[in-house]
Design a protein around this ligand. Structure first.
Ligand code: PLP
Length: 388
């Protein structure tokens, strides 16, 4: 079995699982309770929060709100800004990119039905945008800029530091969806002038169903969930304690200097080996090119090979990859990210995304290369559109 779909989700690190276990049957007090049962839980939660702060270099005065996932974090920021600055303010404009995850795009589309004006910045053939594009579209009534740190399909890294500076200079709040960046590249909210940042634990070997929203001091946002005073009033409801603690430990393990170096050396080496082996086959290309990417991801177009057929063939040999984001893979429409790159429509149907993790081994990659080469040869030989 070879799992090469780590941008969809990752295996929980056994150390994370071990850290979570006591919080089901042994340490189960409500962290908000004043008795000793609550205190035991509370102490561990503070420790987990510390790891989260360090992982993204948040300042002590900033907030990190524990949410259900990155989708909730993204919704909280965009809808909160809508309430604060558009419904109850004099702004009416949001800037985002054409290649965000649906948890950004669908919220923006919804707000458009409510009369909000949204600019979707296009990406170039390399799959990224220039910071200057953001500057060009900021207006007097811009309420929020939301641009992802790393793209989920291609791994392409956006110029977050430059965008952060532009937003700071213009006095416009800046949110970034860093779901695919944590644990793959260094993420530093202070150095990049980020005001809001979203992440999801299951993308960096933490549990599913827990995420975070960083909010810089001085930047408020009306909550999505009203109720009790948990999370400083930013998100009501009793937090999933075990998951939060798991996320903290996962963050610590994923963002240490050693972990990031490993990602950049070992994981990158394996990704490059796999990618170069596939690129030896004629008429294969890396969508967006090789520059400026997270070290674990490659999105490859293989002419004459339908992405879905390729996945099926690989699955028969117990290799898991993806044609695009897992959330979009139920329909056979060409992937919007690939369309945005201006690939011709046939190429857009042939993308296969391989995303690795620190748990992959060289032997797995060697096996995957053999299987992939065989699958491409077989599928091309029966393709009506591909002639050797
Ligand atoms: N943002 C990006 C860039 C993603 O890749 C994903 C998941 O694929 C999400 C947000 C949503 O994460 P979750 O499903 O954990 O809410």
């Amino acid at each position: 079995e070879v799992y090469l779909d780590n941008n969809a989700t990752t295996k929980v690190d056994p150390e994370v699982f071990k850290a979570m276990e006591p919080f089901f049957c042994d340490i189960y007090g409500n962290p908000n309770s004043l008795h000793k049962f609550g205190a035991g839980t509370h102490k561990k939660m503070v420790e987990a929060l510390d790891y989260l702060y360090s992982g993204i270099n948040a300042a002590d005065e900033d907030d990190i709100v524990i949410t259900g996932n990155a989708t909730e974090s993204n919704n909280t920021v965009i809808k909160g800004i809508w309430v604060d600055k558009i419904l109850n303010g004099n702004k009416n404009h949001i800037i985002t990119s054409e290649v965000e995850h649906p948890s950004i795009t669908a919220v923006c589309k919804f707000l458009e039905t409510q009369g909000v004006s949204v600019t979707y910045l296009p990406v170039n053939e390399e799959g990224i945008l220039e910071a200057q594009q953001v500057a060009d579209y900021i207006k007097e009534d811009t309420a929020l800029v939301t641009i992802m740190w790393a793209n989920n399909e291609t791994g392409k890294l956006f110029p977050i530091k430059e965008i952060g500076q532009i937003c700071k200079d213009a006095g416009v709040p800046f949110h970034t969806d860093a779901t695919q960046a944590i644990g793959k590249v260094p993420v530093d909210v202070q150095a990049c002038n980020v005001n809001y940042l979203s992440f999801s634990a299951h993308k960096f070997h933490g549990p599913k169903g827990v995420g975070g929203l960083y909010i810089q001091k001085g930047f408020e946002v009306t909550p999505l969930l009203h109720g009790g005073e948990q999370m400083g009033g930013h998100r009501a409801g009793t937090v999933d304690v075990a998951s939060m603690i798991g996320m903290g430990v996962a963050m610590k393990l994923a963002t240490s200097e050693m972990a990031l170096a490993y990602e950049n050396n070992h994981v990158r080496k394996l990704r490059d080996k796999l990618e170069n082996a596939i690129l030896e086959i004629p008429e294969t290309i890396v969508i967006g090119g090789k520059e400026n990417r997270t070290p674990n991801t490659t999105l490859i177009s293989i002419r004459g090979v339908e992405g879905e057929s390729m996945l099926w063939d690989m699955n028969q040999k117990t290799i898991g990859a993806s044609t695009g984001s897992a959330c979009a893979s139920e329909d056979l429409e060409a992937n919007p990210v690939m369309n945005a790159f201006g690939s011709d429509s046939e190429l857009a149907h042939t993308g296969v995304r391989f995303s690795l993790s620190r748990f992959n081994t060289e032997a797995e990659i060697d096996y995957a290369i053999d299987v992939i080469k065989g699958a491409i040869a077989r599928l091309r030989s029966i393709s009506s559109s591909y002639a050797y």
